[in-house]
Ligand binder design. Structure first.
Ligand SMILES: Nc1ncnc2c1ncn2[C@@H]1O[C@H](COP(=O)(O)OP(=O)(O)OP(=O)(O)O)[C@@H](O)[C@H]1O
Ligand SMILES: [Mg+2]
Length: 261
């Protein structure tokens, strides 16, 4: 399975007849199961817009998003539903991704039913428990009846990850998924996410401002600036030998990333 953005561009109509905003310009990216791909770049550089195109939430203005060589804009009915299952979103919890009135079992169970992963109360519950265990919420039974406000920030983020993996996705597009968490909590959630590349073979498109996070978990990194991907490469190469002046600036702004050893 290969998910690609091929020279995608997104422009938004300008306000009050003003010039259009080109949020993403000619960007290409590859994601696949088992691989941890990160996108970094300053605020407004187009990261979330690129993510939304990958998630099939907004149409591209130009270029294509392709799954195994098939343009996702051409998908119909059941094929599009299958795509929506295979490529999952995990956003940050303060964005209101969890309904405050739904208990954990219902929040995860309803997507399991919707995508027909399981049906019947006990089969759905088993799926929910399995997903909670995979994100380290054990014993899972303790969490089934909790409402979001009865969970910590890190636990809520784990529930969002569990809800995504319950569907057996190939790729998770995670937009600032750990950015709001305290350092120690962040490390735990990040480890859970990274471990899933091995336990269930999921791949990531992981968007963050946080370069130390990227250094810890990414395999491959794309750097965005003003809507363009200005540099990309395997993580070790990118951190050791940044080529683009903007990448150097980003690294210089994170003193804890001074070359190790
Ligand atoms: N729906 C929209 N209509 C008009 N302009 C938009 C829209 N969505 C995004 N933009 C503009 O596109 C550009 C890129 O925004 P985007 O949210 O993708 O950046 P980002 O890299 O995710 O930033 P951040 O790190 O702050 O989340 C910005 O200039 C933004 O104002
Ligand atoms: Mg964003």
């Amino acid at each position: 399975m290969l998910l690609e953005a091929l020279s995608v561009t997104k422009s938004f109509r300008g306000r009050r007849g003003g010039a259009p905003v080109v949020a993403v310009s000619n960007a290409s990216l590859r994601a696949e199961p088992g691989r941890f791909v990160a996108i970094v770049g300053e605020s407004g550089s187009g990261k979330s817009t690129l993510a939304r195109m990958l998630l099939d939430l907004i149409p591209v203005t130009d270029g294509t998003v392709e799954l195994d060589g098939h343009d996702i804009a051409q998908l119909r009915g059941g094929e599009r539903r299958a795509y929506r299952r295979r490529v999952q979103a995990v956003l940050q919890d303060p964005a209101g991704s969890l309904n405050p009135r739904k208990r954990v079992e219902q929040a995860i169970g309803e997507v399991v039913r919707l995508h027909r992963i399981a049906s019947g109360r006990s089969a759905v519950r088993a799926k929910v428990i399995e997903a909670l265990e995979l994100v380290g919420m054990e014993p899972a039974g303790r969490f089934l009846d909790r409402f979001p406000h009865e969970l910590s920030g890190g636990q809520r983020q784990r529930v969002l990850i569990a809800r995504a993996i319950a569907l057996g996705p190939d790729i998770i597009v995670a937009d600032e998924a750990v950015s709001a968490l305290d350092a120690s909590v962040k490390a735990g959630v990040l480890k859970v996410m990274a471990d899933l590349t091995e336990t269930i073979g999921v791949g990531y498109v992981f968007i963050t401002h946080d370069l130390p996070v990227v250094r810890k978990v990414a395999d491959y990194v794309y750097v965005m600036k003003s809507g363009e991907i200005v540099e990309e490469g395997p993580k070790d190469r990118l951190f050791a030998d940044p080529q683009h002046p903007y990448t150097r600036t980003l690294l210089a702004a994170a003193p804890e990333l001074a070359p190790a050893d």
